[in-house]
Design a protein around this ligand. Structure first.
Ligand code: SAH
Ligand code: DHB
Ligand code: MG
Length: 222
């Protein structure tokens, strides 16, 4: 079993169920042309996030880490009329490209792309009383994931879901001696989530055209 076959299976699933449309594909083409790294969620994962938002009946969604807005489009399309999404991106040129991609993808009117470090932006959202969000998708730098989770939790309500991407890192997460700052960040996140009584958590490992990774799913309890 190798990455090539994992990608073929993703294509098979995408062809059957996911229906990545022209504007999602255009977002990827534009992102590649702009030199962005191809680290967006896969089409089945994008659809998964969208279905999760719909299962939850999410009307307010928060995302950390926009890149070119690919996952943002998937999530924004789950919103009902009048819904709202805020997505946080460190780099202004990525945020600008994401806005263009979102306008093409139909999510533009409901989505605000905020530029800046997520830690600062999260503090600002708390100050503004911007919550509660029904779904938080944490997918920015992995080093600060514990802080992102704690802040994001303050912006939720019972029944909200928090998804964190990239928690398996090709298995590196179990390397207790790792000096990879992303692995250290993920292990800190996991300790914080495990000790947090306000959430019920699991993590699922995934294989895909990207690589062996996984995501955390946390349900905010009453
Ligand atoms: N969610 C996107 C992929 C995000 S990649 C998708 O699946 O389509 C991670 C993004 O987080 C990158 O664009 C990177 O610039 C951004 N990022 C990195 N550090 C950040 C920080 N401190 N604050 C906000 N965004 C950050
Ligand atoms: C990578 C993948 C991601 O989903 C991400 O958010 C950051 C980095 C990667 O494969 O390097
Ligand atoms: Mg990711």
């Amino acid at each position: 079993m190798d990455r090539e076959r994992w990608g073929e299976v993703d294509d098979y699933i995408t062809g059957l169920f996911v229906g990545e449309d022209a504007s999602l594909q255009a977002a990827l083409v534009a992102s590649r042309a702009a030199g962005l790294p191809p680290i967006q969620v896969t089409p089945p994962m994008g659809k998964f996030l969208q279905l999760l938002a719909r299962v939850r009946g999410a009307t307010r969604i928060l995302e950390l880490g926009t890149l070119g807005g690919y996952s943002t489009i998937w999530l924004a399309r789950a919103l009902p009329p009048g819904g709202r999404m805020i997505t946080l991106e460190l780099l202004p040129e990525r945020a600008e490209l994401a806005r263009v991609n979102l306008d093409r993808g139909g999510g533009g009117g409901l989505v605000e792309v905020r530029v800046g470090a997520a830690i600062t932006a999260l503090a600002q959202l708390v100050d503004e009383g911007a919550g509660p969000f029904d779904l938080d998708f944490i997918d920015a730098d992995k080093e600060h994931n514990a802080e992102y989770f704690q802040r994001a939790l303050e912006l939720t309500r019972p029944g909200s879901v928090i998804v964190v991407d990239n928690v398996v890192r090709y298995g590196a997460v179990v390397a207790t001696e790792s000096r990879d700052t992303a692995v250290i960040g993920t292990r800190r996140l996991n300790e914080v989530m495990a000790a947090e009584p306000r959430v019920s958590v699991t993590e699922l490992q995934t294989v895909s055209g990207k690589r062996w990774d996984g995501f955390a799913l946390a349900l905010v309890l009453g």
